[in-house]
Design a protein around this ligand. Structure first.
Ligand code: KG4
Ligand code: ZN
Length: 321
């Protein structure tokens, strides 16, 4: 089994995945509540919390899999991109575990980790496919040719789709992180109540910053009681605009590349309207594997080169790609 470790943002996660892609255990300790009062992730607080949680989370994953470190053949860890202090906690923990057992270490790019959430059982997919990665930090269209061959077709020029959800939620007073809250509230609202424009940028890129501004104006012009009454309509209309922008671009990219299948991964792939808007044969990871987790990191590691002991001891994390 591969032991995966993920600490790039505010989730401390460990998982055990076997060579066939079966998830034997996946533990995610979310710090979301800790950061809610600040309206976003506070990097220094996240790092300290990772430090407290990483050993218990790894221990819990091993226990849940009925395994010990004797059953682990390699340690995989998110090397970047993400919050540098947070990443370093995971990288240091992974190095220590690997070093203690003389195991190889496999550094994993967080974004390829999200794509590799699709390679897990029981619904493991095989490339080629066109993948939309939409998370709190990234929005990318990726031509996945093989498990280890990816071509970036387009990305956001400003905010990520998840960031648009989070900023929108904040404007609507829904707290952080807001994607799931908008998703829930939108079910009670009218998606046609407001018309929020999404910028059309050339090529296969995305832009979401203007959308956030139009929500800001709509909210600012409403008296408090009216805002409370229209909140669900605003959430539904705002979500509709984000989903349409994502699906339209995905369709254009599919036509251009001739991709037979499309896939979505990343936290925003948990969005119910987005999932429903995709073709029936679209590849979707289960909800628990959309948001940050370590099973996807261990999954990606199956297709990446391993660093032998002790060459990984000087391994560093990176904050941006
Ligand atoms: O992949 P992820 O867990 O972390 C990053 O790598 O960024 O993605 C987190 C993002 C957040 O912006 C969150 O609001 C969004 O995913 N998200 C959602 C939903 N669940 C999580 N966005 C829309 N609808 C959801 N149901
Ligand atoms: Zn992520």
């Amino acid at each position: 089994m591969i032991l995966g470790i993920e600490t790039s943002c505010d989730e401390t996660a460990a998982a055990l995945v076997d060579a066939q892609g079966n998830v034997r255990a996946s533990v995610v300790a979310t710090q979301a509540e800790l950061h809610t009062q600040y309206g976003g992730v506070v990097p220094e607080i996240a790092s300290r919390r990772h430090l407290e949680l990483i050993a218990p989370v790894v221990r819990e994953a091993l226990a849940a899999a009925g395994a010990t470190l004797d059953d682990v053949r390699a340690v995989a860890v998110t090397q970047g991109p993400g919050l540098i202090g947070a990443l370093l906690v995971g990288v240091a923990a992974a190095k220590a575990l690997a070093w203690a057992r003389r195991l190889p270490l496999i550094p994993v790019d967080h974004l390829l980790g999200h794509v590799a959430s699709l390679y897990l059982q029981p619904t493991a997919a095989e490339p080629p496919f066109l993948c939309l990665l939409a998370s709190g930090g990234h929005t990318m269209l990726i031509d996945v040719q093989e498990q280890s061959r990816h071509v970036l077709l387009g990305q956001t020029l400003d905010d990520a789709a998840g960031e648009a959800f989070d900023k929108g939620a904040r404007l609507l007073g829904l707290g952080y992180p807001g994607g799931a809250a908008i998703d829930r509230l939108a079910r009670e609202g009218d998606p046609l109540a407001y018309s929020f424009p999404v910028a059309r940028v050339p090529g296969l890129d995305f832009s979401f910053s203007g959308l956030k501004t139009s929500l800001l104006y709509a909210v600012r012009d409403l008296p408090a009681d009216e805002l409370a009454r229209r909140r669900a309509d605003l959430a539904a209309s705002y979500q509709r605009a984000i989903v349409r922008a994502l699906v339209e671009r995905l369709q254009v990219a599919a036509e251009r590349t001739g991709a037979a299948r499309v896939a979505i991964v990343g936290g925003v792939a948990a969005n119910s309207e987005l999932r429903a808007a995709l073709p029936a044969d679209a590849l979707l990871a289960p909800l628990v594997l959309c948001t940050d987790n370590a099973a996807m990191i261990a999954s990606a590691a199956r297709f990446l080169p391993a660093l032998a002991y002790p060459e990984y001891l000087s391994l560093d994390a990176y904050a941006s790609a």
